[in-house]
Design a protein around this ligand. Structure first.
Ligand code: SIN
Length: 282
């Protein structure tokens, strides 16, 4: 399907745009996918309203952006291992994604994008916050930028998914497996250069970044603490209020996100597919 009526409206100063005039459930032509990809790279997170996405349609849409991830610790849907159900039941206390992070930075090759679809949304609350890590990098002094560009950081899923992890095992509504044994540590540059735009972004996050490579945890703590505080500054953020049928697509290479847990006693049900590697056509 060709969408000639696609309209893109920015929603905040640092990042975020709402796209209307496209039905994501239809088989989309290459030009439409290209326009969405360009908007995603430019705005870092894009939002759509009033969509009806079956799991099959969400997988089909995700596959247009690249190969799909199968989460190593969270079970996918039966018959759709690439689709992760993110559910918080009224009696649950802990939510999934309730802290600033970039998806899958704990893998050797982290995910490049995620597509989240709202199935059931609480009457109030349950918004998702996004923070531009490109804006965060650009706001630093040239001196600190240069220093950070020479550093790598060590990431791991251990805090979230190991048996000692602080939250994964408390999410009873989701099939979250504890990692058995070592979850592995993987090194990524502290400053990522976006392969499509050349724009630089900070790439450390409080959920998965353990330390600066070659530094002890104690030595790393003050710098990481500074960056974690800096990176969530309000002017770098936007906030998405979900309705059933909303879709958000974000670029994990330059965006943090945070699922707010402010809807106790209500149910929230989302489905996510996560894109591992670049688009099939380069
Ligand atoms: C996540 O992918 O971290 C979940 C985001 C959300 O549920 O809003």
């Amino acid at each position: 399907m060709v969408s000639n009526s696609m309209n893109i409206r920015r929603v905040a100063g640092a990042l975020g745009a709402e796209i209307s005039g496209v039905d994501l459930a239809q088989p989309l032509d290459d030009q439409t996918i290209l326009r969405i990809r360009r908007a995603l790279v430019e705005h870092q997170v894009v939002f759509f309203r009033d969509q009806i996405l079956t799991p099959e349609a969400q997988v089909r849409l995700g596959a247009r952006f690249g190969s799909l991830n199968i989460h190593p610790y969270v079970a996918g849907m039966a018959g759709h291992p690439e689709v992760m159900e993110i559910i918080k039941e009224p009696e649950d206390r802990v939510n999934f994604g309730g802290g600033w992070h970039s998806d899958m930075s704990f893998l050797p090759a982290p995910a490049i994008a995620s597509i989240l679809y709202g199935v059931e949304i609480p009457d109030f609350g349950g918004d998702t916050l996004f923070a531009s890590q490109a804006a965060a990098f650009e706001a630093l002094s040239p001196g600190l930028q240069r220093t950070l560009e020479g550093l790598n950081a060590v990431h791991s899923a251990g805090r979230e998914y190991s048996p000692q992890g602080h939250s994964a095992q408390k999410r009873k509504s989701m099939a979250v497996a504890e990692a058995e044994g070592a979850v592995g540590e993987f090194v990524h540059p502290v400053v990522l250069i976006h392969p499509e735009t050349g724009r630089k972004a900070l790439y450390v996050n409080p959920a998965f970044t353990l330390r600066i490579e070659g530094w002890t945890k104690r030595e790393s703590r003050p710098l990481l603490h500074f960056l974690f505080e800096h990176c969530r500054y309000e002017a770098f953020t936007c906030r998405f209020a979900w309705s059933a049928g909303s879709v958000a697509i974000w670029d994990n290479r330059s965006v943090w996100h945070f699922a707010l847990n402010d809807y106790a006693g209500q149910r929230r049900h989302m489905r996510r597919v996560t894109i591992d590697a670049g688009p099939p056509d380069g």
